[in-house]
Write a protein that binds this ligand. Sequence first.
Ligand SMILES: Nc1nc2c(ncn2[C@@H]2O[C@H](COP(=O)(O)OP(=O)(O)OP(=O)(O)O)[C@@H](O)[C@H]2O)c(=O)[nH]1
Ligand SMILES: [Mg+2]
Length: 90
Amino acid sequence: MNADDRGESAGEQTEHLLKILIVGDGNVGKSSFVHRYVSGQFNKTYRMTVGVDFSVKLLHWSDKEKVRLQLWDIAGTKKLPLVVPRILKS
Ligand SMILES: Nc1nc2c(ncn2[C@@H]2O[C@H](COP(=O)(O)OP(=O)(O)OP(=O)(O)O)[C@@H](O)[C@H]2O)c(=O)[nH]1
Ligand SMILES: [Mg+2]
């Protein structure tokens, strides 16, 4: 497949999608890490994640490539939220 077939001609960019699940014990800093990475901010007030939070970060990887990160921030409760198997399958 050449660059034209992939729609990269005339300055178009290829976009790659990466889905990342953040899992771990509760209150260890998962949401803070994601928030800091996506928005550059840190908030020391603890707000427990209920179920799943979702964020997106777009990286301009090169002139031709973009990377879209889908960050799924999973609540660190004893039981994994019911939606996790569906996120893993998608
Ligand atoms: N000092 C310090 N505090 C942190 C750091 N990262 C997170 N915290 C604090 O730790 C607490 C828990 O952070 P969260 O990011 O909400 O933890 P979590 O893992 O998402 O918790 P759950 O949603 O319950 O699973 C908050 O009060 C944060 O402010 C860090 O690097 N340094
Ligand atoms: Mg959290």
